[in-house]
Design a binder for this molecule. Structure first.
Ligand code: OKP
Ligand code: ZN
Length: 346
C-alpha cells in the first residue's frame, strides 16, 4: 500500500481550543500523525511517499473560491488586526445564525471568520493553510493511485478534513481531504464513488458537499448527534436532497456502543455501499471510536481494528484511506496500522 505522508503537517500546531468557556490545549496535535508514521515504519508497512503538488483548481472542485481566499490570507489578516496576534491562534467569536445576512462578505476579519466556521475549537495557526493544502495533495495522490489500478492507498495527514464544508471550517478541519479525493476520482473517470466515514463524529462537511448528488454516496457510522458533536447534523432521517435522495446514509449510535453493535452498523453501511454499485471507496478513517479516546464515547479495542480492516476489504473496492480523528495519542498508531493490516491481509 502506498502511503502519502504530509511531511508538513506539524506546521499546523494549534495552542488552544475553546471548550466550555475555557481555552484548553488542543486535542488535535502533531504527535498523532508522527506516531502513525512511527508505527508504519516499525511494522514495515507500506511504502511512504511524498505527494506530487496539485493545482488550486483541484481543491476548487470542492471548496468555494471566496473561502479559499479567506484561508489563504487568514493569518496575515489576523495579525493585521493587532501585531500581538502573531503570538495567538485565531478563533472566531461571532457567527451569523438564521436571520442574519450571509450573502455579504464582511470587511471585518473576525466577522469573516465566523461566516466561514461553525465552532471555536478549530484554531487557524501560522501553518494551517500550508499544512491543509499539502494534506489535500496527499489525498489526491492516493486517488490517482486508485485510478492507476492500485487496490488501496493511505493519505496520512492532519489537520483532518471531514467536518469542513465547501465554505466552512470547524471540528479541527479546514480542507475536506476525503471529499477532494472523491471528486478527483470522479474527475478521473470513476462513475460512482462512495465516501464511508467511520470517525466517531459525523462527517457533516462531506455530507453537505455531496448532499444533492447521486454520483457520490456518503455513509457514516457515528455518535448520535442528540448528545455528540457536531450536534446539529448526522441524524438518520438525512437521506440526501434533489437528485441525491437516497445517496446519504447516517447510522448514529449511542455513546457507549461496543464493537459488536458498531460492527453491525458497519455491515449495514457496507450492504448499502454494495447496492450503490461504486467504482471506488474513500474511507474517512477516524480512530476516535477507540475505548480510550479522550473526547469520544464508543468502546472499540485495539484488535477490533484488524476486523474492521477485514470487513472493509470484503467490499471489494479500490479503497483510499484518509486519516481523520483519533486522540488517544499513545494508541492511535497501533490502531491505524492494525486496520490497514487487516485490510491488506485478506
Ligand atoms: C474532529 B474529528 C472536545 C470537544 C469536541 C470538537 C471535536 C472535533 C472532532 N473538547 N470538540 O471528527 O475527530
Ligand atoms: Zn472525530
Amino acid at each position: 500500500m502506498r502511503i502519502f505522508y504530509n511531511d508538513r503537517h506539524a506546521v499546523h500546531h494549534g495552542r488552544h481550543e475553546m471548550f466550555r468557556g475555557a481555552l484548553v490545549p488542543c486535542f488535535e496535535v502533531p504527535a498523532r500523525a508522527d506516531l502513525v508514521l512511527q508505527e508504519l515504519r516499525a511494522r514495515r508497512f507500506g511504502s511512504i511517499e511524498a505527494p506530487p503538488p496539485i493545482a488550486d483548481a483541484v481543491i476548487e472542485r470542492v471548496h468555494a473560491p471566496r473561502y479559499l481566499q479567506f484561508l489563504a490570507t487568514a493569518r496575515d489578516d489576523w495579525i493585521a488586526l493587532d501585531p500581538a496576534n502573531a503570538e495567538r491562534d485565531a478563533l472566531p467569536s461571532y457567527w451569523p445564525i438564521r436571520t442574519f445576512r450571509t450573502d455579504v462578505l464582511p470587511a471585518s476579519f473576525p466577522a469573516r471568520m465566523g461566516l466561514f466556521s461553525f465552532d471555536a475549537g478549530s484554531p487557524i495557526t501560522a501553518g494551517t493553510w500550508e499544512a491543509a493544502r499539502h494534506g489535500a495533495a496527499c489525498a489526491v495522490a492516493g486517488a490517482q493511485r486508485l485510478l492507476a489500478g492500485d487496490r488501496s492507498a493511505f493519505a496520512l495527514t492532519r489537520p483532518p478534513g471531514h467536518h469542513a464544508g465547501s465554505d466552512f471550517f470547524g471540528g479541527y478541519c479546514f480542507l475536506n481531504n476525503a471529499a477532494i479525493a472523491a471528486q478527483a476520482l470522479r474527475d478521473g473517470g470513476a462513475a460512482r464513488v462512495v465516501v464511508l466515514d467511520i470517525d466517531y463524529h459525523h462527517g457533516n462537511g462531506t455530507q453537505a458537499i455531496f448532499y444533492e448528488r447521486a454520483d457520490v454516496f456518503f455513509a457514516s457510522v457515528h455518535g448520535d448527534p442528540h448528545t455528540e458533536y457536531p450536534y446539529y447534523p448526522g441524524y438518520a432521517d438525512e437521506r440526501g436532497a434533489g437528485t441525491g435522495v437516497g445517496a446519504n446514509l447516517n447510522l448514529p449510535l449511542p455513546r457507549g456502543t461496543d464493537f459488536a453493535r458498531w460492527r453491525e452498523a458497519l455491515q449495514e453501511a457496507l450492504r448499502a455501499i454494495r447496492g450503490f454499485g461504486a467504482d471506488a471507496l474513500v474511507v474517512s478513517l477516524g480512530l476516535d471510536t477507540f475505548e480510550g479516546d479522550p473526547i469520544s464515547g464508543f468502546r472499540l479495542r485495539g484488535d477490533d481494528y484488524l476486523r474492521v480492516g477485514e470487513d472493509l476489504a470484503a467490499a471489494g473496492l479500490p479503497t483510499l484511506f484518509v486519516f481523520e480523528g483519533g486522540y488517544a495519542v499513545a494508541e492511535v498508531g497501533v490502531n491505524t496500522v492494525n486496520l490497514l493490516q487487516g485490510f491488506t491481509s485478506t
